[in-house]
Design a protein around this ligand. Structure first.
Ligand code: AGP
Length: 628
């Protein structure tokens, strides 16, 4: 996720904005920049890579004591992580600069309109389109009111900044008019020489909050950006914008223009706590933000109840698919096999990358290779990708880091848009991979004109964020209870059948890597072919029993274990029942995996936390296994 910050006040704004960007680094980024007014001229300094590169450039700029500045750390979504794509972006006429976090879904059609009007674009970003859209709206208003556009007013403005008050309502109106035309989920902050003492900012589904100081105000994506200066915060809500200066701020509704009285909250967290949104660990934060991740993963990919994956439109519909990945990403791929075969009627094989690349794999004619990698840098997955590319096969990369090796070397890439995953244990990344893979199954079902239930599944997917949001607090309590009850265990079985099998593997992996308790994921139907010999009272089982055709068979597997004094935690969907002591109910939905996965993540998290393990950095593990 990008980080934005803006400052109006009595301190030198540029060093303060730089410092604030450093405190937003944990959000992950690949480039950065800032803007300020130097003698009422708009200055923008940007750099690819880490903040130290930006600092070096700023240090070479004439010492600025500008009292107003905006800054940005970019997590690339549109356009590679290079300087031309970094924020702030200026409008062609230098009337304004903006920084932005999120995605503008209809940026291409807006860009086409502006191109027809003669606007020029220097980047691949949706942000630059928004900057020029606002400037275009502003010129229309200035022309109507003053019979001059910005360029014609510029000299006067630069020499008489005190006149700015008369322009403020027009900049506000232009800002809102443009935002109403740009659809998507984003937060945007604007700086303009026309209003040299003010900053405008608006929120449309991406976080944005005000820091309320004494004769100074801050605007940022997250609290850490300004925590050393104030703990008094106003959280903007969707469709609200703020006009702020050193001594004042006003929040209004973008559509009605009505002023909104906002509550000022006092933040109790320390800096470290704030980066985790007040959660104890990044892993817990990333588990709990999965409803938003589900939502963001769908942004730009569903239109009129159809799936749109333009990244794949130029590739032929494959006769078979081979999914290759490691660890959690492998488990996500295994899960998707059911849906790809069911909805797209395409045969799927799922391979562990480190095994695949050292066989002499026989690939099929017109086979699509799909590599899945959160980091986009896993050595074995990359090795498999390169092997297939050398053989002339098209490779689809599903990853979370734009501009990563997988993203750059694949024939096409679809991003999971989950935002940076800081904790070593992969949680929200897997959920977002499952969304993309499910969309892929529906996409090919559409292209093959099969009678697959696209509309119904999309309806289920769109309902999930709300269902999960409401279920998570109780899930966490249940996970805590069960973790305490089963902390004695030295080994665990995780059982699942059908779409539950791959989740069982994932649940076992999570428990192993977080709490260091041995755990094995097994197909429920396999337990009686040997493993059941291990069952004893202190060798518990975690069983997924979804309300589907497999339920009765899973139920008998559970009863077989219980008849041998094995203890079982059964994850059931509301509305089903089982004679069992430890039942964990999850809300009923036709995609139960999207609820069972967070439940198992929370169980492992609570177990590890209770056992005092290093949750975010488990021993021996790296976030990205870039070695073989
Ligand atoms: C998951 O919790 C682990 N950290 C690990 O299995 C991880 O999924 C695996 O290393 C693959 O990483 P990638 O998705 O970045 O390729």
């Amino acid at each position: 996720m990008c980080g934005v910050i803006g400052y109006c006040g009595h301190r030198p704004a540029v060093p303060l904005v730089l410092e604030g960007l450093k405190r937003l680094e944990y959000r992950g980024y690949d480039s950065a920049g800032l803007a300020f007014l130097q003698v009422n001229k708009l200055e923008v300094i940007r750099s690819a890579g880490k903040l130290c590169n930006l600092e070096e450039k700023v240090a070479k700029t004439a010492n600025t004591f500008a009292p107003v500045s905006i800054g940005h750390t970019r997590w690339a979504t549109h356009g590679l992580p290079v300087e031309k794509n970094s924020h702030p972006h200026k409008s062609n006429n230098n009337a304004l600069a903006i920084v932005h976090n999120g995605i503008i879904e209809n940026f291409q059609e807006l860009k086409d309109e502006l191109l027809k009007k003669g606007y020029v674009f220097y980047s691949d970003t949706d942000t630059e389109v928004l900057a020029n859209l606002i400037a275009d709206e502003l010129d229309c208003l200035l022309q109507a009111k003053f019979s001059k556009n910005y360029a014609e007013l510029q000299t006067e403005i630069e020499h008489t900044p005190q006149l700015s008050a008369q322009y403020l309502p027009y900049v506000e109106e232009a800002f809102c008019n443009a935002i109403k035309k740009a659809y998507g989920a984003y937060a945007v902050v604007l700086l303009s020489p026309l209003i040299p003492r003010h900053i405008l900012a608006a929120r449309l589904s991406a976080p944005l909050l005000l820091g309320i100081g004494i004769e100074e105000h801050f605007i940022a994506s997250d609290v850490p950006a300004f925590l050393p200066y104030t703990r008094d915060v106003v959280f903007l809500d969707d469709n609200e914008f703020v006009t702020m200066s050193a001594g004042s701020y006003e929040v209004k509704n973008i559509y009605s223009g009505e002023k909104i009285a906002k509550t000022v909250h006092h933040i109790p967290w320390d800096l470290q706590g704030a980066a985790k949104d007040g959660y104890k660990h990044f892993m817990l934060k990333e588990i709990m933000e999965q409803p938003r991740v589900l939502q963001e993963c769908l942004v730009g990919r569903v239109q009129d109840d159809l799936v749109c994956l333009p990244e794949l439109d130029t590739l032929p519909v494959p006769d078979s698919i081979r999914i290759i990945a490691c660890g959690t990403s492998y488990n996500a791929g295994l899960w998707s096999q059911y849906y790809l075969e069911q909805f797209a009627e395409i045969p799927v094989t799922v391979e562990i990358a480190s095994e695949f690349r050292y066989r002499k794999p026989i690939l099929n004619k017109n086979e699509l290779i799909v590599v899945i990698s959160q980091s986009g840098e896993t050595a074995d997955t990359l090795g498999a990708l390169r092997l297939c590319r050398e053989k002339g096969y098209p490779v689809l990369g599903i990853c979370n880091v734009l501009g990563s090796s997988v993203a750059r070397e694949a024939s096409a890439s679809v991003y999971t848009q989950a935002g940076p995953e800081i904790s070593v244990a992969s949680t929200k990344a897997m959920l977002s991979q499952m969304v993309v893979l499910l969309l892929l199954a529906l996409y090919y079902g559409q292209r093959k004109k099969l009678a697959c239930p696209v509309k119904e599944i999309l309806h289920e997917l769109r309902a999930l964020p709300d269902i999960l949001e409401r279920a998570l607090p109780a899930m966490r309590e249940r996970a805590k209870e069960l973790a305490l009850q089963y902390a004695f265990a030295k080994s665990f079985f995780y059982l699942g059948r059908g779409t539950g099998y791959s989740l069982a593997l994932e649940g076992a992996l999570k428990l192993k890597e977080l709490s260091y308790i041995h755990a094995e994921g097994y197909a429920t139907g396999e337990i009686k072919h040997g493993p059941i010999a291990l069952i004893e009272p202190d060798f518990p089982t975690f069983a997924l029993a979804f309300d589907d055709d497999n339920f009765s068979k899973v139920r008998s597997g559970i009863l077989e274990i219980k008849s041998r004094q094995g203890r079982v935690i059964s994850v059931l969907q509301e509305g089903t029942s089982l004679e069992n002591d430890d039942i964990w109910y999850i809300p009923k939905t036709n995609l139960p995996e999207f609820l069972a996965l967070p439940a198992m993540q929370l169980f492992s998290y609570e177990m590890a936390d209770y056992l005092g393990k290093d949750v975010d950095q488990p021993r021996n593990l790296a976030k990205s296994v870039t070695v073989e």
